[in-house]
Design a protein around this ligand. Structure first.
Ligand code: FBP
Length: 256
């Protein structure tokens, strides 16, 4: 078997990552309250909640990363202010990420955007450099833009997963299709690339979210890279326990 660069982020082949780059992507007023606006609260949740990794932009990592869980630094980002076709450019180098303590790097590709080519090319360079340095390149692959009618259709989600394989990603972070059967096609299309579900806005109830997670794991995914559904919860650590039970206990084998 090929070397698994995702190993630092896995436990028994599965994983639960805590994402916290929403302050840049959405702005603080959209997602944060008095508690979770503080990155120290997220770092503590990641450590106490038993997360297998935490995702920060470089500025947050520099000030708040304390080494208690493995770090993924997001190398590109954008705000929610520009309108039109989405593009997210590189704002951090692989080297800087490593100097901040990263054991993996992340990059968002808006598949289908009019600027897709720029992001594919930038990710290509990052992926090569990350691999030279022994780090996994994790692709957030979000189909988006005028050409994309439905970003959670089974066809488009599987397309995103497959693109991750062909681009050399070690893991892909994709949206849930809404049911386990269609999501399992995306996992198959990824052909061994580790599949993580992206959380999305907080679900109406904990049960709604946990049902999604069960569907994702039953489909053979590796796990979750989730933010709002954890740190917007009244009890993030209780939610983390429930997630771990599904990911590490109830679910079948991960996709590799
Ligand atoms: P959430 O679980 O909060 O959705 O976080 C996952 C994530 O990919 C973040 O890393 C990122 O900030 C956000 O979703 C992007 O969301 P959007 O779909 O609005 O671009």
């Amino acid at each position: 078997m090929k070397q698994d660069r995702m190993a630092p982020f896995l436990k028994n082949g599965k994983s639960m990552l805590l994402a916290y780059d929403q302050g840049l992507e959405h702005g603080p007023s959209a997602d944060f309250n008095d508690r979770n606006v503080d990155p120290a609260m997220i770092m503590e949740t990641a450590a106490k909640g038993g997360f297998n990794g935490v995702v920060f932009q470089k500025g947050t990592a520099e000030r708040f990363y304390d080494g208690k869980v493995p770090l993924i630094v997001k190398l590109n980002g954008k705000t929610s202010l520009p309108k039109g076709e989405p593009i997210s450019r590189q704002v951090c180098s692989v080297e800087s990420a490593i100097s901040l303590g990263a054991k993996g790097v992340g990059y968002t590709i808006y598949l289908g955007s009019g600027y897709e080519a720029e992001m594919l090319s930038e990710f290509g360079k990052i992926q090569e450099e990350a691999h030279e340095k022994g780090l996994p390149a994790i692709a957030w692959i979000y189909p988006r833009g005028a050409a994309v009618q439905n970003d959670t259709s089974s066809e488009i989600v599987a397309y995103a997963a497959r693109a991750g394989l062909e681009l050399g990603a070690d893991a892909v972070k994709i949206k849930y299709t809404g049911d386990s059967k269609t999501f399992s096609w995306a996992v198959k299309a990824a052909a061994g690339v580790r599949v993580f579900m992206s959380g999305g806005p907080k679900a109406p109830t904990d049960e709604d979210f946990l049902r999604q997670v069960k569907g994702v794991m039953d489909a053979g995914a590796t796990g979750l890279a989730v933010g709002r559904n954890v740190w917007q919860n009244e009890e993030p650590l209780v939610m983390a326990e429930k997630l771990k039970k599904i990911i590490f206990t109830d679910s079948g084998p991960a996709n590799k």
